[in-house]
Design a protein around this ligand. Structure first.
Ligand code: ZN
Length: 49
């Protein structure tokens, strides 16, 4: 989706899940992972499109 041509000069900051230690390329993936794999508020659909 948001994958444009990654510029070589831009250091990609990796986001690490503090719950399971998985590493993601961006905060969006991390947040999505948390909601999917660590859904603490499963009864609270927050903007599921
Ligand atoms: Zn995790």
């Amino acid at each position: 989706m948001g994958y444009a041509a990654s510029s070589p000069n831009k250091q990609s900051k990796q986001e690490r899940c503090s719950l399971c230690g998985r590493v993601f390329n961006n905060a969006e993936d991390l947040n999505a992972h948390k909601q999917l794999d660590h859904s603490e508020h499963s009864h609270e659909p927050a903007g599921v499109s």
